[in-house]
Write a protein that binds this ligand. Structure first.
Ligand SMILES: [Ca+2]
Length: 495
């Protein structure tokens, strides 16, 4: 079954420029690297990403309360990346997926106003896929531009239907939970039904109508289980007799409503007669989000201390610096190619663009891409992700652009396969966790590892200096003096 696919080869073409680039933190491992050869027709790609769902919100991860039968089934059949990391919140992760760059290097340092605008001077994922002859579509929460900013700093469009998506059904941020109005290729259209149902139904319609002589890329970023809490009654009923609070019941109900749509998608896939293979990926955009957890920790059964909600044994949640903020589910199913099982390479949301480019056979020319192609890992070949890879997580979200330097050590983390040094609240000492001996992140070993503490701090300092010139939206606001924050401008607020 699909033996030819299993034997696909990947050629690692490393240019001298790429080697030089390693001297600079964010410069591109993927630059000039890994132009792969896919034998036969290029596969379709469906990327489903939920919003604000941690790894604990899955039955397969040991959550005894939650109902996720379809995701559990999909994960059991898939290759699971067990150390896949995203940015700690919504727009930043989307920026990394779309650009292959750290979100700061893509200009995104916040989730609101101009600072969630994905800079317009780069080639983004759907544009890369189109170079590889893919048909492209998105269905859901874009969250990489602001209603007032149709154009970016270079005068180019910021909205998805003008940035490589042939078909874009989208919102700037959250979807109304029922009967949502959406932007359909530039026009406002109102749909009937629950938001996730609408997105999956419309995605399946588009995929059915796609030209079968070419591959397609369908991106489905849902806006659930992000708040506000609301779900069809049948999913709320699943949790009504539990000890969960009403808000928690709603959060879990939204996860189950999403799961039901993944189930619909899996059934739909089974009915398709196209001979073209399809890759299905499920991931989430940041960690657990409803506990209000301060990152104080969790008990020994893996539940968050403050809310009592299950978090798969991980400390921390959305927007924090601990592992629970960034380590998320990532399942990939490619029938006949991926074997069910786990891959523990230290992977990142920045890897998606290089991976998809490798599948599409498109060579990348952006020297600031920091992701690596995961295609060799997916094909069961030798990984090209460096063993000594170091990633940086940063919350960003400083209130005003002119305060960015004060927030350098605010909810930041430097981490590799073993250690994670995390800075929490300003003024608190960073903690060093050894995840090999302490997977839950209970013990601060910084006192025992002073050399490592120095090394990771130095890494953060050097990285910060390297990426700061690319925080273009902040720099522009500082330069113009029109510093937007929370919907107001600093100039006006002084009056
Ligand atoms: Ca999110």
């Amino acid at each position: 079954m699909h033996k030819a696919a299993i034997q696909r080869s990947v050629k690692a073409l490393r240019s001298p420029i790429a080697i030089l680039a390693l001297f600079v933190f964010y410069l591109a491992p993927a630059f000039g690297e890994a132009l792969s050869e896919i034998d036969g027709p290029k596969p379709n790609i469906i990327l489903v990403m939920s919003d604000d769902m941690g790894w604990g919100e899955l039955g397969m991860m040991g959550n005894k309360l939650i109902h996720t039968p379809s995701l559990d089934k999909l994960s059991a059949q898939s290759l699971q990346f067990s150390n896949f990391n995203v940015a700690p919140s919504c727009a930043p992760t989307r920026a990394e997926i779309m650009s292959g760059r750290h979100h700061f290097v893509a200009g995104v340092t916040h989730t609101i106003l101009k600072r969630n605008n994905l800079r317009d001077d780069i080639t983004i994922l759907p544009q890369v896929m189109k170079k590889g002859s893919y048909q492209t579509a998105m269905f859901g929460k874009w969250h990489l531009s602001s209603p007032k900013d149709k154009m970016g700093l270079s005068g180019k469009p910021l909205e998805p239907d003008h940035r490589g998506f042939d078909h874009a059904l989208w919102t700037y941020n959250q979807l109304k939970r029922f009967d949502p109005p959406l932007n359909l290729n530039g026009k406002r259209v109102k749909y009937k039904g629950f938001c996730a149902d609408v997105l999956f139904t419309e995605a399946m319609k588009w995929m059915e109508s796609a030209d079968t002589s070419k591959p397609f890329f369908a991106y489905i970023p849902t806006s659930i289980p992000h708040g506000p809490v609301a779900a069809p009654q049948q999913f709320l009923d699943l949790y009504k007799d539990t000890t969960l609070t009403k808000k928690q019941q709603g959060y879990y109900a939204m996860v189950s409503a999403l799961d039901a749509n993944v189930g619909r998608l899996l059934k739909w896939q089974e009915q398709q007669t196209s001979t073209r293979e399809t890759i299905l990926i499920f991931m989430t955009d940041n960690g657990h989000a409803i506990s209000g957890a301060s990152g104080a920790g969790h008990d020994n059964d893996g539940f968050l201390q403050e809310s009592g909600l299950y978090n798969a044994g991980m400390r921390g949640a959305k927007s924090q610096a601990w592992v629970g903020s960034t380590r998320v589910p990532f399942f990939i199913h490619w029938k006949g190619v991926t074997a069910a099982g786990k891959n523990n390479v230290l992977a990142s949301a920045t890897d998606l663009l290089p991976t998809f480019a490798a599948i599409a056979g498109v060579k990348l020319d952006d020297p600031k891409i920091s992701g690596h192609s995961l295609l060799p890992d997916i094909l069961g070949q030798t990984s090209i992700v460096p063993e000594n890879r170091i990633l940086v997580s940063h919350r960003g979200r400083w209130p005003r652009s002119d305060q960015l330097e004060q927030y350098k050590y605010h909810y930041a983390a430097v981490y590799d396969k073993q250690y994670r040094m995390s800075w929490g609240q300003p003024g608190t000492a960073p903690e060093l966790i050894d995840y090999i001996t302490d997977p839950g992140g209970h013990l601060d070993v910084s006192a025992q590892q002073p050399e490592l503490v120095k090394r990771y701090k130095k890494h953060l300092d050097r990285w910060w200096q390297a990426v700061k010139p690319d925080m273009v939206n902040d720099l522009e606001q500082i330069k113009t003096g029109n510093i937007l924050f929370k919907g107001k401008s600093a100039k006006k607020s002084k009056k």
